[in-house]
Design a protein around this ligand. Structure first.
Ligand SMILES: [Zn+2]
Length: 95
């Protein structure tokens, strides 16, 4: 089972959290082309390695935070607050 460290509550089992998809996605302005808008709506990264993703502590504090997780090993490298920049992960390609 995956265990996540909520920045506010501490380490908890995966069942307390809900996955929220890829993090660090910026919504474009409303006057962009249909191609850019559809790319924003439908296309997401699917890396083999480090993935930056959003998680909600649904059955805890109810707050969102980011997780840097390896999609191959499920190892969690970092948990950090929303709005914070992607952390450096030594020896890993974080993009
Ligand atoms: Zn929490």
């Amino acid at each position: 089972m995956l265990r996540l460290n909520c920045p506010w509550c501490g380490t908890r089992d995966e069942v307390e959290f809900s996955f929220g998809g890829e993090s660090h996605i910026t919504r474009p302005s409303l006057d962009v082309s249909d191609a850019i808008w559809s790319d924003y709506l439908f296309n997401r990264e699917n890396p083999k390695g480090i993935h930056h993703e959003r998680w909600l502590h649904r059955y805890g504090c109810g707050r969102w935070f980011n997780v840097a997780r390896d999609t191959v090993t499920h190892e969690v490298h970092a948990e950090y607050e929303m709005g914070a920049p992607k952390p450096e992960i030594p020896g890993k390609d974080s993009d």
